[in-house]
Ligand binder design. Structure first.
Ligand SMILES: Cc1cc2nc3c(=O)[nH]c(=O)nc-3n(C[C@H](O)[C@H](O)[C@H](O)COP(=O)(O)OP(=O)(O)OC[C@H]3O[C@@H](n4cnc5c(N)ncnc54)[C@H](O)[C@@H]3O)c2cc1C
Length: 464
């Protein structure tokens, strides 16, 4: 890819489009926008701009496009596949100052937001209206970054990923043109679905400047269960059976013993040191919760469950969820000085037990500290490996595990990345996953962004 560097005259022009405090070439600012939460090496942009509105984004893109300068968006930089790393330098657009909640329409269960809104902040505002925006990646993430990665979280099993929770988008294309796609109706069969094209495109097709998101009512009754099992395979079997028999939880999370050990170590929750499922029900009333809980209990017991602890009170549930959200950070704190990589395969839920078995076997063989957990209800398996930074042997052992699990997931009809996006790390699996569809994706990319300035180096492997 041939791009031009950002020169002094470019900075002068770009500075004329925004106020002085909206642009920086300072070293520390460039460093802060050089690396996400992944192991991929840092790459500094040449300038960071904080746009305030869509007109500024449009002006910047018109200029960048005609001068072949790369443009990469930045939400909070919490990605774990290198998604916002500006691989070719250029301009980073940081959306933290386009973070207004523009309108909440309670009666329609919708909100119009700017891309820099952090989803937890939106939910804090919605809570007293009895509403919430369900996708919840856990890290402090922006709605722009979540839509661009099609992020999910622990409640996706019930409410869907970011993709299922957006109705309308406004995007600025590479040439500066502003388009609006989607409607405020809860459904439509009008024309091609450009929303689904932009969601998950990691800022490679256009830049999101506004979204209408779908809200849900806070459930009347929330109830949680922790079920412990002799091994992760038994827990995974219970997950697959619950889905088969129509148990409809709002969360269905799996934790292996080593994850429970990490949580106990930091949070002192006194959890039994066995693999476990955390199951949460969101229902209209106690009778429905009872019915779901009884079905889950029967299935878990059939799968060999040791203990089925139902009706966990709110305080304990909140403590557990907080620990679950912080799990990745706790694992990293346990292995200071090592670096990490995260596996993120997803498979049809019936293939989950086999996937888990293979993951455990490969992890044992690798001989590197590894932690297995996942959004089990979605068939999404995560493993975090903590690797000696300079240890080539450990890197190649973990790379082998990743390859094995991705191949197995693809054979089962699954995906190399359930929720973290392709970024840099998953590009090499794109051909195997998408076959000749990948060529059509590339044609779409060339159509929307003929000069390839938008987040270059992502999604597509080098040879396409
Ligand atoms: C501890 C931890 C736990 C996590 N858990 C989960 C999880 O459970 N589920 C999950 O899905 N993810 C998870 N993640 C990953 C990450 O939080 C999500 O992918 C999140 O959506 C990234 O949002 P962000 O605001 O940080 O975006 P960034 O990382 O800044 O950017 C993400 C992508 O979006 C693009 N982008 C940003 N803004 C725009 C815009 N306005 N227009 C177009 N493109 C844009 C960027 O260029 C980049 O490609 C986790 C991360 C961490 C560190």
């Amino acid at each position: 890819m041939e791009f031009n560097p950002v020169r002094q005259n470019d900075i002068h022009y770009l500075a004329s489009l925004v106020r002085p405090d909206q642009l920086s070439t300072g070293d520390s600012i460039l460093d802060l926008h050089a690396k996400d939460q992944s192991y991929h090496p840092a790459r500094r942009p040449e300038v960071v701009i904080w746009p305030h509105n869509r007109a500024e984004v449009s002006g910047i893109l018109q200029y960048a496009n005609s001068h072949r300068i790369p443009v990469t968006c930045w939400g909070m930089g919490t990605s774990v596949e290198g998604n916002p790393i500006p691989l070719y330098g250029g301009i980073v657009l940081d959306f933290s100052r386009m973070a207004r909640i523009l309108e909440i329409r309670e009666a329609d269960f919708q909100a119009d937001v700017e891309p820099g809104v952090v989803y937890q902040d939106l939910n804090n505002k919605l809570r007293h209206m009895g509403l919430f925006f369900p996708p919840d990646p856990g890290a402090r993430a922006t709605i722009g970054g979540m839509l661009a990665n099609n992020a999910s979280g622990i409640r996706t099993v019930r409410y869907g990923s970011s993709r299922a929770n957006v109705l309308r988008l406004t995007a600025v294309l590479a040439n500066g043109e502003i388009i609006e796609t989607g409607t405020r109706a809860s459904k439509t069969s009008s024309g091609y679905d450009l929303i689904n094209l932009f969601v998950g495109s990691e800022g490679t097709l256009g830049i999101l400047v506004e979204a209408t998101v779908r809200l849900r009512g806070l459930p009347e009754t929330i109830s949680a269960v922790i079920a412990t099992f002799p091994d992760v395979e038994a827990a995974a079997t219970a997950v697959s059976e619950m889905k088969r028999f129509g148990v409809d939880p709002a969360s269905l999370e799996l934790l292996s013993t080593e994850c429970v050990e990490v949580i106990n170590r930091e949070k002192d929750l006194g959890l039994s040191l066995t693999p476990m499922l955390f199951i949460e029900f969101h229902e209209a009333g106690k009778a429905q919760v009872r019915e779901m809980t009884n079905m889950a209990r029967e299935i878990c017991e059939d799968a060999g469950c040791y203990e089925f602890m139902a009706g966990i009170d709110r305080e304990d549930r909140d403590k557990f969820l907080k620990a679950r959200y912080e799990l990745a950070e706790m694992i990293m704190r346990k292995h200071v000085g090592r670096t990490h990589t995260v596996i993120d395969v997803a498979v049809p839920v019936s293939a989950y037990p086999d996937m888990i078995s293979l993951a455990r076997e490969e992890s044992r063989k690798a001989g590197v500290p590894g932690y297995t957990f996942g959004h089990a209800g979605d068939g999404n398996l995560h493993m975090i490996f903590m690797i000696g930074t300079e240890d080539r042997k450990e890197w190649s052992a973990v790379e082998h595990v990743n390859e094995r699990l991705v191949r197995k997931a693809l054979e089962a009809g699954g995906t190399a990345t359930g929720e973290h996006g392709t970024g840099i790390g998953k590009r090499k699996f794109m051909k195997a996953e998408h076959g000749n569809s990948l060529g059509w994706m590339k044609k779409l990319k060339n159509l929307f962004d003929p000069n390839g300035i938008l987040n270059p180096g992502k999604i597509f492997p080098g040879n396409i």
